[in-house]
Design a protein. Structure first.
Length: 276
């Protein structure tokens, strides 16, 4: 038995031309099993080891690889299927290398002041108002080349994380440095760089220093004001740390205890094939 064999077959007129195709009904809900799943006497927890595949875990627990699909049914964090299964460290490193390629240029917020020099407001330097550089109302165009004013480093803009004041650049030649401006070749935008990170090491979110739970600080104005202050009360979790923690969290899953697996599978099949 495999996962898709447990789903009922339905007839579907895909082209609406009267020709019926038989397909697996992957959309039928299995939520009626929730009470059964939530009975703590029926399940235990299992920590997935580095590189363990679902079929390997099934073999280890149930002496057969065929019940791997049960892990995806009873764990909310795995409802996205195989892509939600925790990655091995090797795969995770490759994922970070591809998904977080390039550099993050964290830009200085702009400061509006009164005539006496007192601060009126800190604003995001990438998302200021009344900007005519691009059609989306923000500085820099995706795909344009930017150049460091003092380093002469160049890179292509691939993303703008406005809430984090980050300009993501790839295909970098040279080394961008903090304190310089980055000038857009086609937009004519120019913003000062506060810090330069490899994208994987750049802030995923900020949190207040001393917060052991590292709860994200989200209000953009607060982040702008803190980034503009030399003694900022913020710390951050990097993209690498966040993805690693997310992967670790997914490594602890609920599993049906071996003595109840046959009962679970039977109920699962009955519910799926029950005619509505």
């Amino acid at each position: 038995m495999n996962f898709f064999k447990n789903f009922p077959i339905v007839e579907v007129d895909l082209q609406r031309d009267g020709r019926v195709n038989k397909m697996v009904n992957i959309f039928k809900s299995v939520r009626p099993l929730q009470n059964f799943i939530d009975d703590s006497a029926l399940y235990t927890f299992y920590e997935i080891k580095n590189g363990e595949r679902p079929d390997i875990v099934s073999q280890r627990l149930y002496k057969t690889p065929e019940f791997y699909w049960t892990f995806f049914v009873i764990n909310d964090v795995l409802h996205d299927g195989f892509r939600a299964w925790p990655m091995s460290q090797e795969v995770l490193d490759k994922y970070l290398e591809v998904e977080y390629e390039g550099f993050a240029l964290v830009t200085h917020p702009e400061v509006d002041t009164n005539s006496d020099g007192s601060v009126i407001e800190y604003t995001n330097s990438l998302a200021g108002e009344n900007i005519t550089y691009t059609v989306d109302g923000t500085r820099y165009k995706l795909g344009e080349t930017v150049t460091g004013s003092s380093s002469n480093a160049t890179g292509k803009v691939t993303k703008k994380n406005l809430d984090l004041n980050q300009l993501i650049v790839q295909s970098v030649s040279g080394t961008f440095v903090s304190g310089e401006n980055v000038d857009g070749a086609t937009s004519s935008a120019s913003v000062q760089v506060a810090e330069v990170f490899k994208y994987a090491e750049a802030p995923h979110h900020y949190y207040k220093k001393g917060d052991t739970e590292e709860r994200p600080v989200t209000p953009r104005k607060f982040i702008n004001s803190q980034l503009a202050t030399s003694n900022a009360d913020l710390d951050f979790t990097s993209n690498r740390q966040y993805i690693n923690e997310l992967n670790e969290d997914r490594s602890l899953i609920r599993v049906i205890q071996p003595e109840f697996i046959s009962q679970f599978v039977e109920q699962f099949e009955n519910i799926l094939n029950d005619t509505i």
